[in-house]
Design a binder for this molecule. Structure first.
Ligand SMILES: Nc1ncnc2c1ncn2[C@@H]1O[C@H](COP(=O)(O)OP(=O)(O)OP(=O)(O)O)[C@@H](O)[C@H]1O
Ligand SMILES: [Mg+2]
Length: 274
């Protein structure tokens, strides 16, 4: 009997498997990250979204139906940065949350390459999804979710500690990243709850980028940043790309989008008939 877990886990999805052939690329296509993390081979498929449909049902509004996407499909390769574009309300953030597994989908597949396996996020069991997030798929939200009483340095270091890096080493790397993002050192020991919007966003970006995840989802990571810090984020994203990380993001800021994105997917093409 084919179980739910089988669908989500070990057996590679035929659709993505066909694309996972080496395509004549070699490891030398990518530069390693400074700490020797696993690097992706640029150009290999990381994410394939197929025929995705979703309608929100508003239970508190007599079950009103709000179709958001219908038949959405696109793909993302290692080393590529792709923007989701379209006007406010088009469904960009919803699509990103579906890929991360935060929103259920009504139909379609979200195939993420996870080492030798392919995981369909749309069908994966919660535990498989958590494992995928722990190793493969990162998410940089628009706003920092503040954890009470935890210092900025530890908020940033935590994903590395979760990966098994020794705490002192993780904190040193967190400090290095916060320094690059111009967060004053006097703030590092403080919990970010009282930080300014831009300071919190820099802590959030550092937390989202510190650990190596081959696939990164970013929802407006630079909205509250000044030009100098936007330039730092552009450099950090470029380093990730060079290391073979694939990025799917929403970048309202045209300067950032033009600098880092290889192409834009207009989500209005997936608009569902209301
Ligand atoms: N959890 C939800 N429940 C009900 N409707 C939702 C939910 N999340 C999003 N929507 C609706 O789906 C549509 C798309 O919203 P979404 O946040 O994806 O747009 P967006 O393209 O990210 O817009 P913006 O550029 O303003 O961030 C909107 O009409 C929104 O009201
Ligand atoms: Mg949005």
């Amino acid at each position: 009997m084919s179980t739910h877990q089988d669908m989500a886990g070990a057996s590679p999805h035929p659709g993505l498997q066909a694309d996972l052939s080496p395509m004549g690329r070699s490891e030398s296509d990518t530069l390693p990250l400074p700490h020797g993390e696993r690097v992706g081979v640029r150009g290999t498929p990381l994410l394939k979204v197929e025929n995705l449909s979703k309608t929100f049902i508003l239970h508190l509004r007599d079950g009103a139906r709000l179709p958001v996407v219908d038949g959405a499909g696109f793909a993302l390769n290692a080393g590529e940065c792709v923007a989701l574009g379209g006007p406010s309300g088009a469904g960009k953030s919803s699509l990103l949350k579906m890929v991360y597994g935060n929103y259920r989908v009504d139909a379609g597949a979200i195939l993420v390459s996870d080492g030798d396996e392919t995981v369909d996020v749309a069908a994966a069991e919660p535990r498989r999804l958590m494992r995928l997030r722990a190793t493969t798929m990162g998410y940089v939200s628009q706003f920092l979710r503040v954890i009470p009483r935890v210092s900025a340095l530890d908020v940033v270091a935590e994903p590395l500690v979760g990966d098994g890096v020794a705490r002192e080493e993780a904190r040193a790397r967190a400090g290095h990243l916060l320094a690059r993002l111009n967060l004053p050192e006097r703030l590092w020991a403080l919990p970010p709850a009282t930080f300014s919007g831009g300071e919190q966003q820099r802590v959030n970006i550092a937390r989202g980028l510190i650990a190596h995840r081959p696939l990164l989802l970013m929802d407006e990571p630079t909205a509250s940043l000044d030009a100098a810090n936007r330039a730092v984020v552009i450099a950090l994203i470029e380093e990730k790309k060079r290391a073979g990380v694939g990025i799917l993001g929403i970048f309202h800021d045209a300067e950032v989008r033009d600098a880092v994105c290889d192409r834009v997917i207009d989500v209005t093409q997936f608009a569902a008939a209301a």
